[in-house]
Design a protein around this ligand. Structure first.
Ligand code: ADE
Length: 251
């Protein structure tokens, strides 16, 4: 899967991409992350990418021309004056606090695409014509405002990339994740079995896989019930699950 990232700050990406599981995924050719500096698509002497907003007010707005040119060039879209035709199957995603709030389902959906374009905003935002005539989707990573879309883009890349087969060392790694089943994940323990008198639950040392599975499912349900009861509304629950949840007081 290829990510085409359009940004004014390409230098913030390599430190993370070159020191995580993603580094190995890139080396093994499972993902490719291509960074495109929007500034490279300016044509004036000072390479200006932003300007003051029409109508006044504070802050600067990223100009439409370099963004359109960068995305059209890299994705091979027909250029202006006719509006670019969206390339089927390549989503052009603007990272913005005004977008749909990102979640695990959206990460799973994005794995279906071979190529994804991510557009990182900065300053007060991007010229509205980018939103209207270039992007195909807008995604927010949560209801708070950051200084730009670079961290959100990295978060999206990380969440999507780890779902691609082979990226995680353990092929079942993403299966039981919190959120992947619509529930929070059960607790994990490793050695020692006794740390400062705090013991690992006996069932995990029992070697009885059926019992361990049951315990893990119940712990996932218990955690979700205690921490994120809202998630239970949408989770796929079996009769057994419902019986257990009722015993906790779930209606
Ligand atoms: N840019 C600034 N804040 C953001 C957010 N919460 N999500 C996505 N992009 C952003």
């Amino acid at each position: 899967m290829q990510f085409e990232v359009f940004t004014l700050l390409p230098e913030v990406f390599p430190p993370y991409l070159e020191s995580s599981i993603l580094k190995r995924a890139i080396q093994r050719g499972l993902i490719g992350i291509h960074l495109h500096n929007i500034r490279d698509y300016t044509h004036d002497k000072h390479h200006i990418t932003d300007d003051t907003p029409y109508g006044g007010g504070g802050g600067m707005v990223i100009k439409p021309e370099p963004i359109f040119e960068a995305v059209e060039t890299v994705l091979g879209l027909a250029s202006l004056p006719s509006p670019p035709t969206p390339v089927p199957n390549i989503p052009i995603i603007l990272l913005t606090p005004q977008g749909r709030v990102f979640n695990q389902r959206m990460a799973e959906e994005l794995t279906r695409h071979e190529r994804i374009a991510l557009l990182c905003g900065r300053y007060e935002g991007v010229d509205e014509r980018v939103r209207e005539h270039l992007v195909t989707d807008e995604i927010s990573i949560g209801d708070y405002v950051l200084t730009g879309g670079e961290l959100p883009a990295l978060i999206l890349i990380d969440a999507v990339a780890r779902l691609i087969p082979g990226v995680l060392g353990d092929p079942t790694g993403a299966k039981d994740d919190s959120h992947s089943m619509g529930l929070l994940e059960y607790p994990h323990y490793t050695k020692p079995s006794d740390f400062r008198g705090w013991k690992v639950p006996d069932v995990l040392l029992s070697g009885d896989h059926a019992k361990i599975e049951k315990w893990r499912r119940e712990q996932a349900l218990l955690r979700t019930f205690n921490k994120r009861p809202d998630m239970l509304e949408k989770a796929e629950l079996t009769k057994e699950d419902l019986k257990f949840l009722k015993s906790l007081g779930f209606e």
